[in-house]
Ligand binder design. Structure first.
Ligand SMILES: Nc1ncnc2c1ncn2[C@@H]1O[C@H](COP(=O)(O)OP(=O)(O)OP(=O)(O)O)[C@@H](O)[C@H]1O
Ligand SMILES: N[C@@H](CCO)C(=O)O
Length: 300
């Protein structure tokens, strides 16, 4: 096996009304450098990554091992260096990036020749919904549907002329905890209204009508009203971002990170003003990653 490296972007799911459907890939990365070895070795170079005692406990190894086994293969022993700039349990798709990395690790090590569709299928089954994993795999803004037969339909939007700010707090919020506050059922009128808001949101983005898109972003009724109470400065961030010109501000994924869309070219100056007010948050301007997972075999 030739040495290789792979990188997987972070992602922000939902973007307001697209609960479990929309995902936006952003330029924070999980990276793995992998070479064949006599025994397994995992060297984590980021303090943000979760501790482990034995390689068999490592989440990425487990996903890779399970993927290889599904295709009747055994994962060969590797030495793997892992780095990450994606904060854990903050709503930036860290688990989705780790799952995509595990599947790609098995794909490369065992020469499985998996297609994007197969990778998306495997990753969605592991994550439970396709929004983050589709963005991590494909890049851009993905619009997905997870069908009753477990197949996934996906469209990728590559044209977004906006600046993006993310507000990352110190505190973690696990996705399973943040899903517990959501209703099990919605009435027909709520579901119809929520669906129509999502439809107008995507149509407005396609028309580059960002004012309308921003208005729709902030009208979600699937999850934001129930999760707002889990985020300390939810209302204050939305209000100030709007005053400074944001099209719209939403919870990123299951939270607690928030994400704003701003007119192109305005993000950098506005970021500083917001950072001064919300000093407990780490506010970053991020770019959209339009590529998704990357594999590089020409290592120096
Ligand atoms: N690189 C990684 N290596 C090992 N485990 C990871 C890695 N990244 C994430 N995880 C696991 O995933 C957990 C976080 O997943 P969770 O779904 O709660 O949040 P998230 O994916 O960061 O946010 P969201 O799904 O809202 O975007 C971590 O606590 C850790 O157990
Ligand atoms: N769509 C998911 C994203 C986080 O995994 C949620 O909002 O719970």
């Amino acid at each position: 096996m030739k040495p290789f490296s792979l990188s997987v972007p972070a992602s922000s799911a939902n973007i307001g009304p697209g609960f479990d459907s929309l995902g936006l890939a952003v330029d924070l990365y999980l990276t793995l450098t992998v070479s064949a070895n006599n025994t397994w070795g995992i060297d984590q170079q980021s303090e943000m990554l979760p501790a482990f005692n034995n390689y068999k406990e490592h989440f990425i190894y487990q996903v890779a091992n399970q993927t290889a086994a599904l295709y009747g293969k055994e994962l060969p022993a590797c030495y793997m260096t892992i780095n990450s700039a994606i904060p854990l349990a903050r709503g930036l798709g860290s688990s989705a990036s780790a799952i995509v990395a595990g599947i790609e690790l098995a794909n490369q090590c065992c020469q499985l020749g998996l297609s994007s569709t197969e990778k998306l299928q495997l990753a969605t089954e592991r994550e439970g919904h396709p929004d983050n994993v589709a963005a991590a795999l494909l890049g851009g803004l993905v619009v997905t549907a997870y069908n009753d037969d477990k197949s996934i339909d996906v469209c990728k939007i590559n044209q977004l002329n906006i600046d993006i700010l993310v507000f990352i707090p110190q505190e973690e919020l696990k996705t399973d905890v943040s899903r517990q506050v959501l209703p099990e059922v919605y009435s027909r009128s709520q579901a119809a209204k929520a669906g129509s808001i999502g439809n107008v949101f995507i149509a407005a983005l396609m028309n580059e009508n960002y004012e309308l898109a921003g208005k729709m972003m902030e009208k979600d009724i699937f999850h934001e009203p129930f999760r707002a109470k889990l985020i300390a400065k939810y209302d204050a961030i939305k209000r100030m971002a709007k005053e400074l010109g944001a099209y719209g501000t939403v919870i990123s994924g299951a939270g607690p990170t928030m994400l704003s869309f701003f007119p192109k070219g305005t993000g950098a100056a506005i970021k500083q003003k917001l950072q001064n007010t919300f000093s407990s948050y780490h506010i970053q301007q991020r770019e959209i990653d339009f590529t998704g997972v990357r594999v590089e075999t020409k290592l120096v």
